[in-house]
Design a protein around this ligand. Structure first.
Ligand code: GRF
Length: 206
């Protein structure tokens, strides 16, 4: 099955710092990514990423998750995404599980970045888990969002070495650098219309 977003308009969902969002902004500015950020949405009113989007003059929205049921929250997100004509949804440090209605409205058109080499270490605090486990290679994964947390088809991955003296912070920073590199690449791949989904595999055809 071919994956083809209807346009190049991105909707970014974030809950915090927003460094991946900024890396995407930079890729667009340098024209290594041909896309437009139509809206940045956060469930955290004070998220630095949301403030940065405002500074950049990008439309933003705050959708509180507290006091909202999953369905209400998702339908508010959807309404905003659709009103900005978003073709591809980008989770960039979005600390909420995306519900079924979102996945059905954007089939294979929601991307997430995870700071581990999936399927190893899904979930939270994964750089710490990787260190404690003693892996020698860590990394990050861009994947399509499915109804299994961190379980959807993989678009791109990047590996980094784990060094003897690494702290969680040092390893996280090494991984984050790769996140910033591959997220824009993965978005460009999906927007190219050259991606095909075969089972769990994403095949890129020229
Ligand atoms: C990143 O490590 C990303 O992999 C994870 O959340 C973090 C978000 O960082 N999903 P930032 O907000 O993009 O700086």
């Amino acid at each position: 099955m071919k994956i083809q977003p209807k346009n190049r308009k991105l909707g970014i969902l974030l809950s915090g710092r927003g460094s991946n969002f900024e890396a995407i902004v930079t890729s667009i500015a340098y024209r290594s990514l041909e896309a437009e950020i139509s809206v940045v949405i956060s469930n955290v009113e004070t998220a630095p990423g949301l403030a940065r989007a405002r500074e950049l003059g990008i439309p933003t929205a705050y959708v509180p998750s507290k006091g909202n049921s999953r369905e209400q929250f998702d339908s508010q997100l959807l309404e905003i995404l659709q009103s900005h004509d978003v073709g591809l949804v980008i989770l960039a440090g979005f600390m909420r599980i995306v519900g079924r209605s979102m996945i059905e409205a954007y089939p294979n058109l929601i991307l997430n970045i995870h700071p581990a080499l999936l399927p190893s270490f899904p979930g939270l605090d994964v750089q710490k888990q990787a260190l404690l486990y003693g892996v020698k290679i860590a990394g990050c994964t861009v994947h399509i969002v499915s109804d299994t947390v961190d379980g959807g088809p993989i678009v791109l991955q990047a590996a980094v070495p784990v060094e003897n003296d690494d702290s969680v912070e040092v390893l996280s920073a090494r991984i984050l650098k790769e996140e910033h590199r591959i997220y824009s690449q993965a978005i460009a791949l999906l927007l190219s219309g050259h991606c095909e989904l075969q089972g769990r595999r994403i095949i890129v055809r020229d």
